[in-house]
Write a protein that binds this ligand. Structure first.
Ligand code: SF4
Length: 213
């Protein structure tokens, strides 16, 4: 079986298992998704989803964030960890969006990467979820599961992103990554993957190797 065939099987299997997969961060605007994603670094989505309602109440839009003060952002985002860096990034990214991008969250990888604290993972999430572009979010679940499935090798996010972009149908890649997060939490866990309960057991390289041992 080629990697492309295995990728197609994985896409279909996960689509059946998690038909309505969407981003697990709650947001109403592109800016809110950008900010929630910045807060999610080394923090659970569940905790971010508890912090963002009071944050977006205190700072209802771009102008409010640009007015600061940063200390008020820090106070609210403290439970997410790394709160000083995250608060400063949020403040500075809002200023850049206002001053350099006409008040609109950018829609290109190149521009998104100019924003403070924004890496390819966040940029891909925005491109996929906000702008509907083909995007591959290589988070810890994606890297682990795709490695086990035999769709990618190694843990370098950019390399994994390139390997996956060569085998995934572009129009499916964004939803596929959201489904991987759900599957990683429920079945293909980091320490103990539950292969017997997995919809991809028949073609997963890890499971196939394990069954031969
Ligand atoms: S078969 Fe096992 S290792 Fe492969 S994706 Fe499923 S749970 Fe993960």
């Amino acid at each position: 079986m080629t990697e492309k065939q295995r990728a197609d099987l994985a896409v279909e299997a996960l689509k059946k298992e998690y038909p309505g997969a969407v981003c697990s961060l709650t947001y109403k605007t592109p800016l809110q998704l950008l900010i929630a994603t910045r807060l999610s670094a080394q923090c659970t989505d569940a905790r971010v989803n508890k912090v963002t309602p009071p944050l977006f109440k205190r700072f209802p839009g771009l102008d409010a964030f640009c007015a600061g003060p940063v200390g008020d952002i820090e106070d609210i985002v403290r439970p997410c960890g790394l709160y000083k860096t995250k608060a400063r990034d949020i403040f500075n990214m809002c200023r850049m969006i206002k001053e350099d991008f006409g008040g609109k969250v950018p829609d290109s990888m190149e521009q998104l990467l100019k924003l403070p604290g924004v890496g390819r993972k966040t940029a891909n999430l925005i491109l996929g979820d906000v702008y509907g572009r083909p995007a591959i979010v290589t988070d810890t679940h994606c890297i682990r599961i795709c490695g086990r499935l035999g769709l990618s090798e190694g843990k370098n996010p950019l390399k994994v992103e390139r390997q996956l972009s060569a085998v995934l149908p572009p129009e499916e890649s964004n939803a596929f990554c959201h489904r991987l997060v759900l599957h990683g939490r429920a079945v293909c866990k980091a320490r103990t993957p539950e292969c017997g309960a997995c919809c991809m057991e028949k073609f997963c390289v890890y499971a196939l190797k394990r069954s031969k041992v």
